[in-house]
Design a protein around this ligand. Structure first.
Ligand SMILES: [Zn+2]
Length: 212
């Protein structure tokens, strides 16, 4: 059974580090958060954006949901948590970068790819339908792909679907036109421990070099 004590002792170390001898970091954020980057990441416990990028509190404004998806902008008065957080990041924090970070072995994308109707879910399948255009594209362009190849391609293509969907939000579009916002697609390969960035010029996810 997961230990709550482990989490509480972790909080003690956090408190000592950030509020111990030098509380300058949190003092500087008493009246607001300074984050200028929005990271959209999966809920998956292996892909914590702040850990992966070695960030401090206040560096990243983060949206985490199943399969790091941005839905299209729909104004129907329903409960749109991701869209609400996006709107706040753009209009209130005035973030300068939005990074959509997908990852390998994503359970959400696997469920979409396998179209497993035996999964008892009221919410996951409708949510994952946001990425259906990614699956359709992979099926059309890689008809002979193995499941592993198809899933990886779908994980990456869904990042591009989310980047496209960002453009359906007028607040995002306006900031892009002003030149005060840039969009990025990242892919974290968990087994390889490798990070790739989408290069619009090549149309490919390209490895970020790690200097040792
Ligand atoms: Zn995932």
């Amino acid at each position: 059974m997961a230990s709550i004590e482990k989490l509480l002792s972790g909080f003690k170390r956090f408190h000592q580090y950030y509020f111990g001898d030098d509380s300058h970091l949190y003092d500087s954020m008493r009246d607001g958060q300074p984050a200028k980057t929005l990271m959209v990441a999966c809920c998956d416990s292996r892909v914590d954006p702040a850990i992966l990028t070695d960030c401090d509190p206040g560096d990243l404004f983060t949206i985490r949901n199943v399969a790091n998806l941005i839905p299209p902008c729909v104004c129907d008065g329903h409960h749109h948590g991701t869209s609400a957080a996006l709107e706040f990041a753009i209009n209130s924090l005035e973030v300068e970068n939005i990074i959509v970070m997908g990852h390998a072995n994503c359970g959400g994308i696997k469920a979409l790819w396998e179209d497993d109707s035996s999964i008892s879910s009221q919410f996951i399948q409708p949510w994952m339908s946001i990425a259906q255009p990614a699956k359709d594209k992979v099926l059309a362009t890689m008809p002979n792909a193995s499941d592993a190849e198809g899933i990886k391609a779908c994980e990456q293509a869904s990042i591009l679907v989310s980047l496209d969907n960002l453009l359906s939000f007028s607040c995002v579009k306006e900031r892009l036109e002003q030149g005060s916002l840039s969009l990025h697609g990242w892919y974290f390969d968990i087994p390889q421990g490798a990070l790739s960035r989408f290069n619009p010029a090549s149309g490919l996810f390209e490895l970020v070099a790690i200097e040792k």
